[in-house]
Design a protein around this ligand. Sequence first.
Ligand SMILES: C[S@@+](CC[C@H](N)C(=O)[O-])C[C@H]1O[C@@H](n2cnc3c(N)ncnc32)[C@H](O)[C@@H]1O
Length: 431
Amino acid sequence: MPIHIQPQITLFKDVSLAKIQWLNKLNKYRTLIDHKLHKIKVDSNPATHQISNLTKKRFELMTTALKSQKNEIQLLLEPFKLENIFQDISVAKVLAERVPSEQHVLSYFNNIFRDWAWSTNENYVSLEILKKVWPSSKTEELIVLGSGAGRLAYDLALNKMATDFKLVDINPLLLSVSQKMWSGESFELTEINEFPLTQDNKKKKWALKTPDSDFKSTESKIESETDSEINVTHIWGDAINLPFKAESLTSILTPWFIDIIPEDFFQFAKRLNSRMRDGATWINFGPLGFGSPERGSSYTKEEIEQILDLAGFKIEASEEQFMTYLHSPLSSQKREEKVLAWRAKKIKKMVAPKDFENYPSWVTNTSEAIPLSPEFQNIASQSQLELQILLSIDGRRSITDIVKLMTEHLKLSDSDATTILLTYFSNYFEK
Ligand SMILES: C[S@@+](CC[C@H](N)C(=O)[O-])C[C@H]1O[C@@H](n2cnc3c(N)ncnc32)[C@H](O)[C@@H]1O
C-alpha cells in the first residue's frame, strides 16, 4: 500500500502555550518516575527493610523498566521540541487555553501496545464493527478526531475504507507513535504492568510494528477498483473546538472520543454539524461511559439518538456489542465494554455553539463579577465551621472541650456538635 506521509500540522490557537503545558506535563511525568525510583531504592535497602530475593528481583526489574520507559518517552517527544520553550505567560491566558488536566503524558499509554504490539484481537474486532456501519459509497477524506496511536485509521487504510486521512490528537506522545508507525519505522517501548500474571510479566520491552503481514491474509470485504494511494496528515491540536472551516468536512470518525471530552455531547454534535458539508457523514465508535456519571450530560444510547436528531443528523446505520478493552497479555485483569457504532448523515444545518471553554468566563476574565451560587455559599459556611474547629485546637483542649465551645458560640446541640467534630476528624484521617 503506497502511503504518503504529509508534514505534521499544529493547530492550537496558541502553539507556544500548548508546548509549555505539555512540557509541564512531561516534567510531572519525569518527577513521578524519579519518585518511583527513589521509593524502590528506599524499600530495597537491606538495612531498613527485610525483603525476599524475589521482591529484590522485582525491584530490579522495575528500576530497569522505569529508566528505559523514561528514555523512550523522551525520545518520542523530541520532535515536538518541548524543551526549547521559555516564556512568561499570564495564568489567566493559560487557563483560557488549557490542555485539560486529565490529558497527561501517560494517558492512553496502553493503547500504544494494543495498537502496535500485543497480538490480541481487539483491533480486528474494532475494524469488523466499523465495517458494519461504513458507507458503501467511496470515502476519500476522513478526519479522525482523537486518533490516538493511529492503528484504527491504519487498518481502515489497509482495508481501503478511506484514502486521505487527517489524524487529529491532542497528545504529542500518541501522535509521535502514530507518525512513526505510519512511516514504517519500528522501535521499542517498555510496558510496565501493575497487575502481572507472573513475575516475568511485570515488564516487557515490545518491538512495535505494523500489522501488514497479518492483514495480507485477511480478506477485505470492501472492494476497490484500484490499489489507491493513501495520504495521511497528522494534526497536533484540540479537536473539541474543531479547527476546520464551516461546512468543509465530508467524513468524520470519532473513535472512543465523545465520552472522554469534557464538553457536553449535544454542544459538540452541533459544532461538528456546523463544520460538515450537507449530506456529510459522521461515524462514531466507542462506549458511552461518559467521564462524570453524575453529570446531566452522561447520556444513554436512547438520548444520544434523540440528540443526534436534534443536532441535524439522521442515523443511517448502527451497531452495538461488547468487546474486550486493553487486555494486555501480561495482565491478570481484563475489562469488557459495550461499544456503540453509528453512521449519521447531516440533514439539517446547525449554528455552531460558541467555543468550548474549560472554565467559566469570570475565571479567565479577571474583571468579571463572580456569580454568587448556592454551591459557593455552602462551601463558605462549611469552611467557616472548619476554620472554627481548627482555631479551637490549642494543644490542651479535647473533643469534649471543643464541643462545649461550639454549643456556646454556635448555638448547636451537644449531639450535633459531637457528630460534626467526629465526622471532621475521622474524614481527616481517611483522606
Ligand atoms: C480513549 S482514547 C481513544 C484513542 C483512539 N481513538 C483509539 O480508539 O484507540 C481518546 C483519544 O482522544 C485524544 N483526545 C482527548 N482530548 C482531545 C482533544 N481535546 N482533542 C484531540 N484529541 C483529544 C486522546 O489523546 C486519546 O488519543
